[in-house]
Design a protein around this ligand. Structure first.
Ligand code: NAD
Length: 402
């Protein structure tokens, strides 16, 4: 019997398993993940802000895999393609005939001093929950000290993650204010962003709409501010590209780092030909150097022939890749030719709080409350793809605005 090993139960890996387990054939699947649950990484900002408990965005992997699959809860340390083996943190070694590497993202610091030590990360359920607990503590500290730095929540980077997080914080402002015993306006939410213009995937008009929406929610956008260092309770930045540009700083007791992501460190550990943890894959989603290694999701870079750049890493492309590798693995096990992956993004919608959003669906622009409805439906559709209707029902997510 052939052994198919899938590393990571995120959007890409879990979709691969769910698609593969539907096929009959002389193969067995093993799935490894450090957690017993799958989480909706696109919704971490809601847990970080405390709008939802983690239970709303996680479900047990065991709920959605069949008897064909063995699940191992462990952490992948290294893939050794030359030996068709994978080393786990428990020191156990697994071997495979075919491996799917779908180990997801980590926070990218670009080597900026203090970013890991002095800023909060938002990369998984634990770190998202930690941000919320931290904010609750800071509000309590304000009550003791009356130091306004405890009321300032600072987000580094105003990419999609940063603006969605800022919107979620703005939604929770009233609750934070009550905890601190201040008025809502005293809770400051600030985004520090290097670029002068945010939301680069949207045209000028839609991006400006986004900026106006962010400002209307009382979020301060510091554009053109390149972060150079994070000190404890302090973000150091420059507002000019010149070498001699004076260093400026802003202090805050909550600093969250969202300046971009790279692929899992395991890609470097394993000696793959990677850049920022991502491997440029063949059209069939395999590693160019190994015929039995598929690399998908955030650890993979799939080139867009129209722009000659890799597609951005999103849950949408990861899920499509997961389904595609299942098809190709079945072909490969039968000795058939593989199919090339093709991808066309269905659209991009970013939320700014619970009832506002903006984005593109196909070529159509969506804005405001209707866009938030579109966004929630995209997220629910994704949950059905990953967990089935059962999970959607279990989470009570038909009631979109609760
Ligand atoms: P990103 O790379 O899209 O944005 C990071 C932002 O941080 C950029 O605006 C960048 O200019 C800024 N930045 C980087 N270094 C900086 C510095 N030193 N100082 C100040 N600012 C700095 O990263 P992301 O927002 O984490 O998103 C990662 C991926 O996930 C993207 O492909 C994104 O599109 C996707 N995503 C999609 C959604 C959605 O579809 N709703 C939501 C979240 C993330």
């Amino acid at each position: 019997m052939q052994e198919v090993l899938v590393l990571g139960a995120g959007y890409a890996g879990l979709k691969a398993v769910r698609s593969l387990q539907k096929h009959s054939g002389d193969f067995h699947i093993t799935l490894v993940d450090r957690n017993k649950y799958h989480y909706e990484a696109t919704e971490l900002h809601e847990v970080a802000a405390g709008s939802h408990s983690k239970d709303k965005i996680i479900f047990p992997v065991a709920d959605v895999i069949s008897d064909k699959v063995t699940f191992i809860q462990d952490e992948v340390v290294q893939v050794i393609p030359e030996k068709n083996s994978v080393v786990l943190k428990s020191d156990r070694t697994l071997t495979y005939d075919i491996v799917v590497v779908s180990l997801g993202f980590r926070s990218e610091t670009f080597g900026i001093k203090g970013a890991l030590e002095n800023a909060l990360q938002m990369v998984d359920i634990d770190t998202a929950e930690h941000i919320h607990h931290h904010i609750v503590n800071m509000m309590a500290k304000y009550r003791e000290t009356k130091d306004k730095n405890y009321l300032r929540i600072l987000i580094c980077g105003a990419g999609f993650t940063g603006v969605e997080l800022a919107g979620a914080f703005a939604d929770e402002r009233k609750r934070y204010a009550e905890l601190a015993g201040v008025s809502e306006n005293d809770i400051e939410i600030v985004c520090v962003e290097a670029a002068k213009r945010i939301l680069p995937m949207f045209d000028d008009k839609l991006a400006q709409y986004g900026v106006d929406l962010i400002k209307k929610r009382g979020i301060t956008l510091m554009l053109g501010s390149m972060i150079k260092e994070i000190k404890p309770g302090e973000v150091v930045y420059v507002t000019s590209q010149e070498d001699a540009a004076p260093l400026q700083s802003i202090s805050a007791e909550t600093i969250v780092w969202t300046t971009g992501v790279s692929g899992s460190a395991v890609m470097t550990e394993s000696g793959f030909n990677e850049r920022r943890g991502r491997v440029v894959v063949n059209a069939d989603l395999r590693d160019p150097n190994h015929d039995n290694v598929y690399i998908i999701g955030d650890v993979s870079a799939f080139m867009d022939s129209q722009t000659n750049r890799p597609f951005p890493t999103t849950a949408q492309i990861a899920t499509r890749m997961g389904a595609h590798v299942a098809t190709n693995i079945v072909h490969q096990l039968k000795g058939e030719a593989l199919e090339d992956f093709t991808y066309k993004a269905l659209g991009t919608v970013a939320s700014i709080g619970n009832t506002n959003a903006l984005g593109l669906v196909g070529k159509a622009k969506v804005k405001g409350y209707p866009a938030s409805f579109v966004k929630k439906n995209i997220v629910n559709k994704s949950l059905v793809e990953m967990g089935g209707l059962k999970e959607l029902l279990a989470k009570g997510r038909f009631d979109l605005y609760h």
